[in-house]
Write a protein that binds this ligand. Sequence first.
Ligand SMILES: Cc1cc2nc3c(=O)[nH]c(=O)nc-3n(C[C@H](O)[C@H](O)[C@H](O)COP(=O)(O)OP(=O)(O)OC[C@H]3O[C@@H](n4cnc5c(N)ncnc54)[C@H](O)[C@@H]3O)c2cc1C
Length: 392
Amino acid sequence: MNRERTFDLLIIGGGVIGSSIAYHLANDGFDGRIGVFEKDPTYERSSTVLSVGGIRRQFSTEVNVRLSKYSLAFYQEFGERMETEGGRPEIDFKPRGYLFLGSEKNWPILVRHQAFQKLLGVETQLLNVKETLQLIPDLNTEDLVGSSFSAGDGYMDPHSVLQGFVKKARHLGVEYIHQEVVEILRKGDRLEGVKTKDGTTYVSSSIVNTAGPYAGEVGRMAGIEIPVVPVRRMVYLVKPSRLFDYDLPLVIDTSGVYFLHEAGKQILTGKSRKEEPPGYNLQWDRTYFNEEIWPSLGHRIPLFDELKLMSGWAGLYEMNQWDFNGIIGEHPEVRGFYMAAGFSGHGFQQAPAVGKALSERIQLGRYETIDVRPLGYERILEGRKVLEEEVI
Ligand SMILES: Cc1cc2nc3c(=O)[nH]c(=O)nc-3n(C[C@H](O)[C@H](O)[C@H](O)COP(=O)(O)OP(=O)(O)OC[C@H]3O[C@@H](n4cnc5c(N)ncnc54)[C@H](O)[C@@H]3O)c2cc1C
């Protein structure tokens, strides 16, 4: 028997982006029934729980700085905001700062970005070599001229953040439907609903695509080309021969390798592989660490010449091949089709602000808190790119 249910708004993808949108809509007084489809309630393969959970305000475009600024303040109050009768979520936020290391080559870029960030109210500091060494005494600075440090940025447990959003959204009346959407029903430029794998039809004229790495596929279900593809990223957990007796900030080396402290003072590290082909590949391999990451780690911190690779994992970036930034807003022709996808490695940190922005767009028809129009789908149709120089 084919079943049919009716909603006022349907969200496809219950990761951090979809759940933040659901929470913000409900919290901002959305008058109607919201359904969130999530095909994998364990979230085992979702980008959110496989992310490193970092948040930084060091970006080179205004919209990205503003999104992270709003989101940082939000995450600082996450426990209070997400509290329910079941308690407060603990997201283990570590505000140790982000430290971009500067060589002769990238120093002028860091200087330019720092001045820009300052204009937007972010107190990024330029540190000379001596000051950088005060933060990390074990650093090899022979090829460095300084660093750029944003105190207060940091990282947290993405799984707890996601659970916090989901619980609070449900508490506010949002329904999570553990089904895979396989079809979007569209007549001309009007949306009529979706169909799930079990054959149920969900009627709605408003649909939000927050399917993360699957956003391109979900777009195609509606006949809309969204240039988002899955691209594997690997993370490695290593144990150095001597554990530091101080806390590291999240460091971005000039080689592109990043590293930070994990529980027990182990080190979490990774580096985006430029030539990684698109695909749903979650295979984790050690070779990439041995060949591409370890040499850079050992160069930057000689102590890392000796370490034990403990474990790691692979997750998927939802890569926007157009310009490596989020695509946020309503489709200009297919009204009622909203999207928030393609964050290309910086979606976790932007989730609170993206949720707020889409809640405003859906309920008020405009953005009030942050103007995310530069990230609208229109830019793809019009051939405009948002050129963000600080994509990790
Ligand atoms: C290794 C790694 C490290 C990262 N580190 C950071 C970081 O430090 N900081 C940062 O800001 N970002 C980081 N990111 C990026 C970040 O994880 C993503 O930008 C963010 O999690 C995207 O959230 P999402 O909700 O869009 O996607 P997801 O979490 O993937 O959620 C999408 C959900 O949609 C569901 N879905 C898909 N299709 C369907 C369908 N047809 N029907 C029903 N459900 C469906 C999926 O099951 C999935 O759960 C990292 C990513 C990786 C892989």
